[in-house]
Design a binder for this molecule. Structure first.
Ligand SMILES: [Zn+2]
Ligand SMILES: [Zn+2]
Length: 138
């Protein structure tokens, strides 16, 4: 019955990820799964997330400057990341023309990631009258 158990765990992990719109790291998914289903181990969550990403059921985002994050939304879309707190949100897909110079690469896909300040950080900066630390998105 190991298969059945695996399928069930996979469903739970998938559903948990899809309910989280914050593009969580594996650790965050584990925390959420663990709260509801304490018997599912950390290694299972990490393994299943990796598996589902390989199989294309979820997205693994290797965003600059952070751990891998996972996304239950596999429709084509772009991302915007807050450079202060690291929050990631979905944005509609951005149409990008093909660059004139592809450096000899055969282009297959284009992942768009914007970076800036999220609404919370903007609000906090306004309230504390602090100018957001200058900086380049990293
Ligand atoms: Zn922020
Ligand atoms: Zn997304």
């Amino acid at each position: 019955m190991a298969d059945r158990r695996n399928t069930l765990q996979k469903e739970i992990i998938h559903r948990t990820l899809c309910d989280m719109s914050c593009h969580p790291t594996a650790a965050m998914v584990y925390d959420a799964v663990h709260r509801q289903h304490p018997t599912i181990s950390r290694s299972t969550v990490y393994r299943v997330l990796g598996q589902m990403a390989e199989e294309g059921q979820i997205l693994r985002l290797g965003l600059a400057g952070s751990d891998d994050r996972y996304d239950g939304n596999i429709h084509r879309h772009g991302h915007v990341r807050c450079r202060l707190c690291g929050a990631v949100a979905d944005i509609p897909p951005v149409a990008m023309g093909e660059p004139e110079d592809t450096a000899g690469f055969l282009l297959e896909d284009c992942a768009v990631e914007y970076c800036g300040l999220c609404p919370d950080c903007q609000k906090q900066c306004r309230e504390t009258m602090l100018t957001p630390p200058e900086g380049v998105c990293k």
